[in-house]
Design a protein around this ligand. Structure first.
Ligand SMILES: Cc1ncc(COP(=O)(O)O)c(C=O)c1O
Length: 397
């Protein structure tokens, strides 16, 4: 008799975005004619860079000729792309990586969800609260105990190191949803803790290209000793607009050790996991990824990143009169306090009804998100401007 994984019963009902979609649809049906403006989901909206489009075309054209056709590739990704990523880490961040420490995937969501499968189910997991829901949900499904690390106004939305012993630590920088970026010193404290406790940090750097302050680290490997205790997950989604194209990568350094392993073993296990469960990212997409990594692609992609960051500035400026606003300086998200301590979902409804703007309730990202809402800077400029004007004119706070 088959039984189910009953840990699924422990998940909070209704994932955040379906619930936002349900409420928005209900409002639209009751108010046909009303234009709804979206500052909610962190989905990219601007076209791909021309150089990246060329790369994708090249990928397609290669499939048209017998001399250049490829079928299954390496599950770990094309060597040329792994090398290009290693070179970019070296030239942009002065971080030295072996290409074989880099595993190409079809996105950071899968990697940040799957990485826990190579660790013991009795590991205690620490997560930033609030955080991208994937970290908590995948560990609940695996049956692990979760320790929340509150991120609030008092600690500038970056947590203190855990006061209890934990084994896996998820850090996301810039953080989704708060937009907070730890300093080198703050990250160093976590690296020190991880090394002392033989814990492993899973560092999600999906938004790292939005960091413009040069004193802030973009990769955890900019911190001394991090290769011994940290795995980094990254994505082409927000840096190159690949949210629909799908490409990401995970770095598992050879130096990384866990309580019961020597150096090299965790890298080998992730290799085993990927070669068993995954058949490699699309060859067309990897060709596009190569173009995104080269100098021309990078310059063009950074123009788009700056476009979104100008949206962030406009939103920040527009909301400052009415709200206490955090984030949005080195991240495409703004983290905003609800007025008069209003609960996040109540405020979501109020914003929709009065300003016709969709935002994301903070409580959907964890208990400490209650009393906040997230505003996304991804969107066309004209829509962002319209939404800000509507909030200024129509929201009664
Ligand atoms: C923190 C964080 N990590 C990862 C992802 C997913 O990235 P990908 O599109 O590469 O799966 C997201 C997407 O919104 C995210 O917010």
């Amino acid at each position: 008799m088959a039984t189910i994984n009953s840990n699924y019963n422990k998940l909070k009902a209704g994932y955040l975005f379906p619930e936002i979609a349900r409420r928005t649809k209900e409002f639209q049906e009751k108010n046909p004619g009303v234009e709804i403006m979206r500052l909610g989901i962190g989905n990219t909206t601007e076209p791909l860079a021309p150089h990246v489009i060329e790369g994708l075309h090249r990928g397609v054209d290669k499939l048209a000729k017998v001399e250049t056709y490829t079928g299954y590739g390496d599950e770990q990704g094309n060597t040329s792309l792994r090398k290009a990523i290693a070179e970019a880490y070296k030239s942009r961040l002065n971080v030295t990586l072996e290409p074989t420490e880099i595993f190409i995937s079809d996105g950071a969501k899968c990697d940040s969800a799957n990485i826990q499968t190579i660790f013991g189910t009795n590991n205690i997991v620490a997560v930033q609260d609030p955080a991208y829901p994937v970290y908590v949900d995948t560990n609940i499904i695996a049956g692990r105990e979760i320790v929340y690390m509150p991120c609030n106004e008092k600690n500038y939305f970056f947590p203190e190191i855990p006061s209890v012993k934990v084994d896996l630590i998820y850090l996301c920088s810039p953080n989704n949803p708060t937009g907070a970026v730890p300093t080198r010193q703050e990250l160093y404290e976590f690296v020190k803790y991880a090394k002392q406790n033989k814990a492993v940090i899973i560092f999600d750097a999906a938004y790292s290209e939005y960091i413009s302050n040069p004193s802030l680290p973009k990769s955890i490997y900019e911190i001394d000793g991090a290769k011994e205790c940290a795995i980094e997950v990254n994505s082409f989604s927000k840096s190159a607009g690949f949210t629909g194209v799908r490409l990401g990568f995970t770095i598992v350094p050879y130096a990384l050790v866990a309580e019961d392993t020597t150096a090299g073993r965790v890298n080998q296990m992730w290799n085993r996991r990927q070669t068993t469960f995954f058949n490699g990212a699309s060859n067309i997409v990897q060709e596009g990824g190569l173009s995104a990594m080269d100098a021309t692609g990078y310059v063009q992609n950074m123009d788009t990143v700056r476009y979104y960051m100008e949206n962030a500035r406009i939103i920040r400026h527009g909301l400052m009169d009415k709200f206490v606003v955090y984030g949005g300086k080195d991240a495409p998200f703004l983290w905003v306090k609800t007025p008069n301590g209003m609960d996040s979902w109540k405020f979501f409804d109020k914003m929709l009804e009065e300003a016709h703007v969709v935002i994301t309730p903070g409580s959907g990202f964890g208990p400490s998100g209650e009393g906040f809402f997230r505003v996304s800077a991804f969107g066309h400029r004209s829509n962002v401007e319209k939404a800000v004007v509507s909030i200024q004119k129509n929201l009664r706070v």
